[in-house]
Design a protein around this ligand. Structure first.
Ligand code: A2R
Length: 318
């Protein structure tokens, strides 16, 4: 079986590649940009086949797909960072939306029979009222950032290409996920990195934070990766599924748990630069539909995820 992961050098892509490398009879292919950092995949680089392919380049996309002809495509390549999407709305929309159109059009023109997973996000729900939680897939989408709008477009394009051309597309909307290798611009990893820098005496004992009141539904990336695989194995093409734990945690509580796990003594200070123009306050998803379709359940306790994240930074900052 041939598995293609776009954005393989990213956080989720590297974990998904690891998942498939231990399965039998799997060949793993991945796309990177020519300047992509390879830190996340150096340990597996010899076992995977890499293609330089900017997804904005329709020709590069088509040539790569013509060569690989994958059975499964996990489309993870994206401008994935919400705050950056305000500073670079055009790049965010172009990479996320046009990049996906390039993928779908190539699959169509090459008449590939690939199953395709589209990595949507809980950010698509955006503004959510307390009585709407846990959020079902049928909830209105009220996106609050250019990133979220780009993910809504990706999601609906997936639906449209399924309906119009019968492409075997399964859409997922993953709620927050974290774990080793999470980029340090994301809240959990940012806190963990600051804590480890304090542990190592690399900075004074002050941790800088943004909005601590937001409530999020967190999963371990390794549970999310299992969910993406099940989405293609057991999910229905044309359908959309939440990947969520069903439980909420306040960012303040997450910070307290990390501080406790680290054991360092420090002060917490607000940093206004870390606040967003419009923040999503409450995101708790209902995993019911996905669990019914696939039997998936998160398996990794959140304290283990946080501990592994701290250990990742301890190793990286050696
Ligand atoms: O920017 P790089 O060199 O780090 O590569 C990122 C890649 N990527 C692209 N690949 C090809 N052509 C592009 N124009 C392009 N722009 C970005 O996508 C990186 O390897 C990957 C995204 O990885 P992360 O930023 O670590 O995101 P993560 O957390 O793995 O999320 C995977 C998917 C994304 O679609 C998110 O929006 C969604 O799950 O939540």
């Amino acid at each position: 079986m041939k598995v293609l992961i776009t954005g393989i050098s990213g956080f989720v892509g590297s974990h998904l590649a690891e998942y498939f490398l231990v399965q039998k009879n799997c060949e793993v292919f991945g796309t990177i940009k020519w300047r992509s950092m390879r830190d996340n995949i150096v340990h597996i680089e010899k076992q995977i086949k890499l293609f330089e392919c900017d997804i904005n380049d329709a020709f590069a996309m088509k040539m790569m797909l013509a060569e690989v002809r994958p059975d499964y495509i996990f489309h993870l390549a994206a401008q994935s960072y919400v705050p950056f999407s305000w500073r670079a709305p055009q790049e965010t929309i172009s990479t996320n939306v046009i990049g996906e159109v390039n993928l779908f059009e190539s699959v169509r023109e090459l008449k590939l029979d690939s199953k395709i997973q589209i990595a949507g996000s809980s950010e698509e729900y955006g503004l959510v009222y307390p009585e709407e939680t846990p959020i079902k897939e049928t909830n209105p989408l009220r996106p609050l950032s250019p990133y979220a709008v780009s993910k809504v477009a990706q999601d609906f394009l997936g639906y449209q290409y399924f309906k119009s051309y019968g492409l075997k597309i399964v859409r997922t909307r993953a709620f927050n996920h974290t774990g080793p290798r999470r980029g340090d611009v994301f809240v959990t990893s940012n806190f963990a990195k600051q804590l480890v820098e304090i542990e190592k005496g690399m900075r004074r004992p002050v941790i800088y934070v943004g909005n601590l009141n937001a409530v999020r539904d967190f999963l371990d990336v390794r549970d999310v990766v299992r969910a993406y695989v099940l989405a293609l194995e057991k999910g229905e093409p044309g359908e959309v599924y939440n990947i969520a734990s069903g439980k909420g945690i306040k960012i303040k509580e997450l910070l307290d748990r990390l501080i406790e796990l680290s054991g360092v003594d420090l002060k917490v200070e607000a940093d206004p630069a870390r606040l967003r123009p419009s923040d999503v306050e409450l995101l708790i998803g209902s995993p019911e539909k996905f669990q019914k379709a696939t039997g998936w359940k998160p398996e990794i306790p959140f304290d283990k995820t946080l501990k592994d994240l701290l250990d990742f930074w301890r190793e990286k900052l050696k």
